[in-house]
Design a protein around this ligand. Sequence first.
Ligand code: PFF
Length: 452
Amino acid sequence: MDRGMFSSGLAVFFATLGSAVGLGNIWKFPYLTGQFGGGAFLMVYLLCIIFVGLPVMLSEFYLGRKSRKGAVGAFATLAPGTGGKFIGKMGVASSYLIMFFYSCVAGWVYYYLIKAISGDFAEITMESAKAQFGSVVVGPLTPIFWQFIVMAVVSAILIMGIKNGIERVTKTLMPVLFILIIICDIRALSLPGAMDGVRFLFEVDFSKLTGAAILTALGLAFFKLSLGIGTMITYASYFTKDNNLLGTAAKVALSDTLVSLLAGLAIFPTVFSFGLEPGAGPGLLFMTIPLVFSQMPFGNLLLISFFFLTSIAATTAMLSLVEVPVAYMTEEKGMSRTVAVLLNGLIIFGIGILATLSADKSSLLGGVTFMDRGFFDWFDYLSSNILMPLGGLLIVIFMSYVVDKKSIKEELTNNGSLNLNAFLPFFFIVIRYVTPALLIIIFLNAVGVIKL
Ligand code: PFF
C-alpha cells in the first residue's frame, strides 16, 4: 500500500512545525506564563525543551522513519513481541484525550475569526468582552457547531493525503502565520507601557517556582512539541530518507519557541498597556485581544489577522493529532484512509462535545466534576501532565534498552553520510540518564513523594 510521503526537506520542516505550533503557543503558553509568574516559568520551560523535549523528539523521529510506521506499528516493527506496542497504543489513547478539548478551543477560535470579520467587536468594552466569551463558552449550540466545523475542515484536508493535504496546507500557511504574528507584535510593542509586558515575560522571580509550576512547564514542553503520544513518530514515517533528523528537530524546536515568544510579545504588552490581568487563565486570549485591538487604529484588521493566524495554528496542529489514529487504523486495522478519517472525525466530534459542555462552571455539564475537575480539565490535565511525559519516559527507555545503538546511529547519520561523532555519545547519555531522571524527579515531586 502506498502510504504517502512528504516531498522535500522544506515540506518536512513546515509540516512538523505545523504540528508543534498551535493553540499551545498562542493560547496556553501566554496564559500559563501569566499564571505562573512570567520569566522564571519561561526559564524552566526552556530547560525542559532542551533536556527533555529535544531528546524525545529525536527519538520519535528515529522510531518513525526507521520503521516507516505510525505510533503502534513502529514499536511492533522495530521490536516485535517486546510489548513496546503498548507505548504506541497509549499514545493513540492520549491523542484522543487531547483532540476532545483541542477541537473545542479551536472551535472558539473559528467563531472569533468570523465575528472579527463581520466587525462585531467594534464597540466592545471590558464587560462585554467577558460576557461575549462567557456566552460562547457556555453555548451550548454555538461551540458545538464550531467544533463540528473544525472537524469537517481537518477531515477534508486529511482525506487529500500526506502530500496534497498536510504538505500543501502547512507549506502555504506557516509562512503566513509568521508574517501575521510579526505585524501584531510591531503594533503591540509600540503601545505606551508595552515594556511592562516585556519585563513580565522575561523577569525571573524564583519565588514563583512551585512544584506545580515545574510540572506544568514540563507538560507544556510536551504539549508544545507534540511529544510522547506518537505524533512525531507518525509524521517522521513520512519524512524523506535523506532528511537530517537532528537538524529538523533543532529547527522545529527553535522556531516553535520563537512563535511562543512572539505570541507572548503580542499579548503581554497589550495586556499591561490596557491595565488588564495577566493571570486571567484560559480566557486571557479571548477576552483581552478583541478588547485591545478594537481600541487601536486598524484594530479590526489586526483582530482578523490575529484570529486568522490562531485558526491556522490550531488547524495544522489538529491535522497531526488526527493523523495518529488515522495511521493506526489504516495500517493496523486495514481501513481505507477516507473511512479512517471520517470515522475519527465523528468520534472526536461526538466525545469532544463532553469537553465543550464542561469548559466552564456554568456550562451544561459544568457541575459534573470528579476531584474538582470536569471533563474538559481532566482531558487537558491527564494528557499534558501525565500521559505525554509518561509516554516520553517510556520512549527514551525503549530507545536506551530495547533498540540497538548501531541502528540509531545509522538512521540519525543517514547511513554514515552525516558526521554526528561529537553529538551521538552525548545523545545516548542524555536519553539513558538525564531525560528519565528529570522526568522521574518531576513526577515524584508532583505527587508529593519528594519535595523540590
Ligand atoms: N503542539 C500543539 C500545540 O502546541 O498547540 C498541540 C499538539 C499537537 C499536541 C499535536 C500534541 C500533538 F500530538
